[in-house]
Write a protein that binds this ligand. Structure first.
Ligand code: NAP
Length: 505
């Protein structure tokens, strides 16, 4: 079940929220500590859904400032009015007269951590014989989620258990897989009643929460930060379109080796790996495919027969996007063979591309702000290198930007002077946020053939999907999702910038 906490004050807002809740949730929670002065009996009459009545003290993360006896009297009023549920804290439970028509949730909250003895906490609550046990902790590390999954697996009573905070999001979504009684979701951004709460919209349209079962396969992206990753959008949609019983989550990870080993207990079927973990993840794998080993980075992990295999789709995808723009291979001949390619940057993206370009027989020059890093990448490949000032010095058929220059928020910057762009040149941009960078705009104006970072991003995700599922990836859908999500984000940014400007005048 999905429960939406109601925290808006006025009657009008409450009625609006109740209508919305009826569309997206199974239960509402009236947070009496937010709804100053509202009487449980009146709230009950307004609600189209079964309701939980809760009134949290400051020490439990709530806003109740009044006397404890008044708080308990309010909760008792909810019980006496026949509410479906009342939620009372473990230390206050004895103060409530229970009635058969109302299920009593007895809860324990920990805002600091997920203690090692969380089973003890569970047992303490369960001894009071609630109808539903609620144990909520805070995830300081992503591995803390595992303790809550174990709790749910061994639960003797109906149980709500999850961890708060961004590192706990997976416990809120996967609670259904492990038999959790319900999860909480905000009606909209800004209406969260606890840290890390997803919106009901995200639970439905991103994670397809109601379809998660004990059998649902788990996939996800490992990174830090991870909150704005496009991967959950693209992969959840693709897995769904393929009719697979699977969910794809963002994993905010600090120590990738410990995480991958620990989450073998879930288990997770496939990972995307992003910054800063593409190199370190290799230590946690049973096997690394030769190209990924050569590049020195893994962005894809698949579990096969209990073994974790790492590969790198960044390289194949970037070269594939370029080949596509150049008309593809003719027989065995690559259109990149013999071309002068200038690669700007010497970070992870450049590394993936440099190996692929070399294999295609391109004449490669690597230029980077820190020339020593360009040298470090170029030397083993036997290609040219230099500082960025060398851009424009020699012939260039294909120009590739893998530096982060031009990326949001510095969207008006480009590392390439307009004079260096000539008609017919191919310009490939790694940055995909924004979709059309200043470099791509300049290149189009100069009559160059352009390839955007979106093409690369979609292709690396499509190859990941194929590695995990052995099915052709729905590339059209994946591209539509990326474009739609980025367009929405760009519109949101200009709205925010617009409102900031109008507020200032
Ligand atoms: P990275 O390893 O951190 O490397 C960053 C590169 O950018 C380095 O070469 C760095 O030069 C250079 N750089 C940063 N700021 C600069 C500045 N102000 N002036 C000149 N050079 C600057 O990052 P990465 O993983 O390679 O990613 C780079 C970009 O590619 C990001 O925008 C990322 O989103 C994008 N990318 C896209 C895809 C895709 O699928 N489309 C895939 C991978 C990456 P120094 O060495 O001198 O610091």
């Amino acid at each position: 079940m999905i429960c939406v906490p109601l925290v808006s004050g006025s009657r009008q807002e409450l009625e609006r929220d109740l209508r919305e809740a009826a569309r997206v949730a199974d239960v509402v929670e009236f947070r009496l500590d937010y709804l100053g002065g509202a009487r449980p009996r009146e709230l009950l009459a307004l609600s189209p859904l079964p309701a939980i009545f809760t009134c949290r003290r400051g020490s439990d993360g709530g806003r109740w400032q009044g006397r404890e006896s008044d708080r308990l009297a309010l909760l008792q009023e909810a019980v006496d009015a026949g509410a479906a549920y009342v939620d009372v804290e473990v230390d206050a439970a004895a103060g409530l007269r229970r009635r058969p028509a109302t299920m009593t949730i007895i809860s324990s909250h920990n805002f600091e951590e997920t203690p090692e003895d969380v089973e003890e906490v569970y047992a303490r609550v369960a001894r009071l014989q609630p109808d539903v046990v609620k144990v909520v902790t805070t995830a300081r590390d992503i591995l803390d989620n595992l303790r809550l999954f174990r709790l749910l697996k061994h639960a003797v009573l109906p149980t709500i258990a999850f961890a708060m905070g961004e590192r706990g999001l997976v416990s809120r979504v996967l609670t259904r897989k492990f038999g959790g009684y319900l999860t909480f979701a905000a009606l909209r951004r800004g209406a969260e009643s606890a840290p890390g709460q997803p919106t009901a919209e995200e639970l439905h349209s991103l994670y397809h929460y109601r379809e998660i079962t004990a059998q649902t396969a788990v996939f996800g992206v490992i990174g830090n930060p991870i909150g704005h990753s496009l991967s959950p959008h693209i992969h959840n949609a693709a897995l769904r379109q393929a009719g697979l019983d699977a969910v794809y989550l963002p994993f905010l990870v600090d120590d990738v080796v410990k995480f991958v080993r620990g989450f073998a207990a879930v288990p997770v079927t496939g990972y995307s790996v992003t910054l800063p973990h593409k190199v370190a993840v290799m230590q946690a794998l049973d096997e690394v495919e030769p190209t990924a080993r050569e590049i020195g980075a893994v962005n894809t992990v698949v579990r096969r027969d209990g073994r974790l295999l790492g590969s790198n789709t960044d390289c194949t995808a970037a070269v594939g996007a370029l080949l596509g723009a150049l008309g593809g291979r003719v027989g065995d001949r690559s259109p990149l063979a013999g071309k002068s390619v200038v690669l700007l940057g010497a970070g992870g993206a450049a590394r993936a591309l440099a190996f692929g370009l070399r294999r295609e027989g391109a004449g490669l020059t690597i230029l980077n702000r820190t020339a020593a890093k360009a040298e470090e990448l170029a030397r083993p490949l036997g290609v040219e290198w230099g500082g960025l000032e060398r851009l424009g010095e020699s012939r260039c058929d294909v120009l590739i930007n893998t530096t982060s220059v031009g990326m949001f928020p510095r969207v008006d910057e480009s590392i390439v002077p307009r004079a260096a762009l000539r008609p017919g040149m191919v310009v490939f941009e790694a940055v995909y946020n924004p979709m059309k960078t200043r470099l791509l705009r300049d290149a189009e104006a100069a009559g160059c053939l352009t390839v955007s970072g979106v093409d690369w991003f979609v292709e690396q995700a499509a190859l990941q999907f194929e590695a995990w599922t052995d099915r052709p990836a729905p590339r059209g859908l994946m591209r539509d999702i990326v474009v739609r999500t980025l367009t929405e984000r760009e519109a949101e940014r200009s709205r925010t910038a617009g409102s900031r400007t109008s507020g200032a005048t």
